[in-house]
Ligand binder design. Structure first.
Ligand SMILES: [Zn+2]
Length: 508
C-alpha cells in the first residue's frame, strides 16, 4: 500500500512597493502620498483588490499555503520618491524578510520607481533583499509592463515577470503566475533562467497591446512559447518614458526552465523587431478644440471621456493643467463638463469658504513648469476627504485618496474637482464619490491615457487629446542626463544582444 503524502504548506512572504516616478516632475512624492498597509490589513486589502499583490495572496491561499504580510506601499504616479522615506521602507522590508526563514518571497513592484537619490530603486531594493536572505530563498517579482528592467533586478530575483496588457487588465494573473513559479521552484521542477535583450528606444505612441505593432509583438511571443515548452514566460516591457537612467529601452525578458538557447534567440528577435518597427509607434491625437467640437456636435457619444495626455497623473504628471477647462469656458457652446485639477491651496480656500459659498480662485498651474493658474469664480458644491474605493477593473477594490477635495461649480455647467494630491482619476469612482453625476456631463476629463478606457467602459466615449504638460513625450522637451534613446537621440543601428542574468548563469 502506498503511503499518502501531503503537500508541504509553504510560507510565502508577500509585499508591494508600487510607484511610477516621473524623473522630471518637480513634485517630490513623500510618505503622505502613499497608502501604507501592514499585517492583517495588508492581507484583507489584498484579498479584495484586483492588483498583482491581490493575485499573489489569493493564489497562495487557494493552494493551501500561507501568505505572510510584509508591507505594502502604493501611490499614484508622480515625481521621484523622497529617498528618506524609501530608505525606511527598504529597512523595514528587509528586517521582516530576515526575521524568519520563509520558503519564498513574492513582491509586487512597479519597476519604474526612482527616488531623489536613485534612478533604479527596485534594483537597489532587490539587491539588498537578496543579500539579506541569502542565495537559497526564491524571490519572485510581478512588475508593471512599463517597468525599467535592470540587470540589478534580474541578478537578484529568480522570477521577474510583467502583466502582458496595456491597459493592464491582467495584473491579477501576473501575481498568480509569480506564485505558481515560486512553488514550482520549491518543488524542484523549475530552475528559472532570465535572459534579456533591449532596444534603445521609447514608444512615443501606439502603446496599447490590443492593436497595432504591440499586438503583433505579443502574438509573436505567444507563438514562440507555443513551440518552446522550456520557455516559461516572455514579458515585453515598454519602459516608462520619463526615467532618466542608463540603458533605457524596450526590453524582451525571457524566463526559461534551465536552458537558454531558445531564450536568447527569442529575446533578440523581439527586441530587434521593436527597433525595425520604431516608426510605427506613433499616436494620432485630437486637439482640444477638435474634441470639444465632437462633444458639442454629437450628443450620441456623451459623456465623452477626454484623456488629458499631457497632464496624465498615470504617467507621473502633477494633474494641475487647466488647458481643457480654459478652452471649454471660452467657447460659446455651453458644454457641461467635469474636470479634476490638483491644487491643494484652492482646496484649502474652498474648504474655509464652505459648501454653498461663492468664491473666486486662481486654480491649477502651480506645479507643472510653464503652467499658469486660471482665475475662475464659482459656487462650492461640496468639500470632502477624497477617500474612495476604485470601481475597477484596473485596481478595482483598492482604497485610495485624492487628498482633501472641493467641488466647484463654474457658470452652472463646469464641475471642477479640486484635489490636494494627484489622484487615480482613471476610475469613475474618483468623481462619483465626490458627488459628481457623470451621466449629466457632456464630457469628463481624466488624467490617464489608457486605463480609463477599461474603467469607464459603458459610461462614455473615450477620446485622447493632445494637451501640454510633462505626461506626453515630445522630442526635445526635457533635458536628459543619462538616458540615450530613439527618438530623442540620433542612434543608428544599435547592437541588440541578449544577456543571461544572475542566478540562471549557474544553471545554464
Ligand atoms: Zn503601466
Amino acid at each position: 500500500m502506498r503511503s499518502a503524502t501531503f503537500p508541504k504548506t509553504r510560507r510565502i512572504l508577500v509585499g508591494c512597493v508600487f510607484h511610477e516616478s516621473h524623473g522630471f516632475s518637480p513634485h517630490i512624492t513623500g510618505a503622505d502620498q502613499f497608502e501604507i498597509d501592514r499585517g492583517m490589513t495588508l492581507l484583507m486589502q489584498a484579498r479584495q483588490s484586483d492588483t498583482t499583490l491581490g493575485g499573489m495572496v489569493r493564489k497562495t491561499e487557494a493552494l493551501g499555503h500561507e501568505a505572510i504580510p510584509a508591507i505594502s506601499i502604493s501611490a499614484p504616479p508622480s515625481g521621484r520618491v523622497d529617498h528618506g522615506f524609501y530608505a525606511r521602507i527598504r529597512i523595514e522590508l528587509i528586517e521582516l524578510a530576515r526575521r524568519e526563514r520563509y520558503d519564498a518571497i513574492a513582491l509586487e513592484l512597479h519597476g519604474a520607481m526612482g527616488t531623489t537619490e536613485l534612478a533604479d530603486a527596485e534594483g537597489d531594493l532587490l539587491s539588498d533583499l537578496r543579500k539579506a536572505v541569502g542565495p537559497n530563498v526564491p524571490i519572485g517579482v510581478g512588475l508593471d509592463l512599463h517597468a525599467h528592467v535592470t540587470p540589478a533586478m534580474l541578478d537578484a530575483a529568480d522570477i521577474c515577470i510583467a502583466c502582458k496588457e496595456n491597459p493592464h487588465s491582467d495584473v491579477v494573473e501576473c501575481g498568480e503566475r509569480v506564485i505558481e513559479g515560486l512553488l514550482a521552484m520549491l518543488d524542484g521542477t523549475f530552475k528559472p533562467t532570465i535572459t534579456m535583450a533591449k532596444a534603445p528606444m521609447i514608444l512615443p505612441g501606439a502603446a496599447e497591446t490590443a492593436i497595432g505593432p504591440l499586438a503583433e509583438l505579443h502574438a509573436r511571443a505567444r507563438s514562440i512559447q507555443g513551440v518552446h515548452p522550456e520557455i516559461w514566460d516572455i514579458s515585453i516591457y515598454n519602459v516608462f518614458r520619463y526615467l532618466d537612467d542608463e540603458d533605457i529601452g524596450q526590453a524582451a525578458v525571457v524566463i526559461s526552465n534551465g536552458t537558454t538557447e531558445s531564450a536568447i534567440s527569442a529575446a533578440e528577435e523581439l527586441a530587434s523587431q521593436f527597433w525595425a518597427w520604431r516608426e510605427r509607434f506613433r499616436d494620432d491625437l485630437l486637439t482640444i478644440d477638435q474634441v470639444l467640437d465632437v462633444a458639442a456636435k454629437d450628443p450620441q457619444g456623451r459623456p465623452y471621456i477626454l484623456a488629458d495626455m499631457g497632464d496624465r497623473v498615470l504617467a507621473g504628471a502633477p494633474g494641475d493643467s487647466t488647458a481643457i477647462l480654459m478652452h471649454a469656458l471660452s467657447r460659446g457652446d455651453e458644454l457641461r463638463g467635469a474636470i479634476p485639477v490638483t491644487d491643494p491651496a484652492s482646496v484649502e480656500a474652498a474648504t474655509v469658504a464652505g459648501a454653498g459659498a461663492r468664491i473666486t480662485l486662481d486654480v491649477g498651474g502651480r506645479l507643472t513648469p510653464g503652467f499658469r493658474p486660471l482665475r475662475i469664480t464659482g459656487r462650492v458644491l461640496a468639500v470632502g476627504d477624497g477617500r474612495f474605493v476604485m470601481a475597477g477593473p484596473f485596481r478595482g477594490g483598492e482604497e485610495t485618496s485624492l487628498g482633501r477635495t472641493a467641488v466647484l461649480l463654474v457658470e452652472d455647467r463646469m464641475c471642477i474637482l479640486l484635489t490636494s494630491k494627484p489622484g487615480f482619476t482613471h476610475d469613475p469612482a474618483a468623481f462619483t464619490s465626490q458627488g459628481i453625476d457623470l451621466a449629466a456631463q457632456d464630457f469628463v476629463v481624466v488624467k490617464s491615457g489608457y486605463h480609463f478606457k477599461m474603467n469607464f467602459a459603458g459610461i462614455g466615449t473615450p477620446l485622447s487629446v493632445a494637451t501640454p504638460g510633462i505626461g506626453y513625450y515630445t522630442r526635445g522637451q526635457l533635458s536628459w542626463q543619462k538616458a540615450r534613446f530613439w527618438p530623442e537621440h540620433d542612434i543608428s543601428a544599435p547592437r541588440i544582444e541578449a544577456i543571461v542574468h544572475g542566478r540562471g548563469k549557474d544553471i545554464a
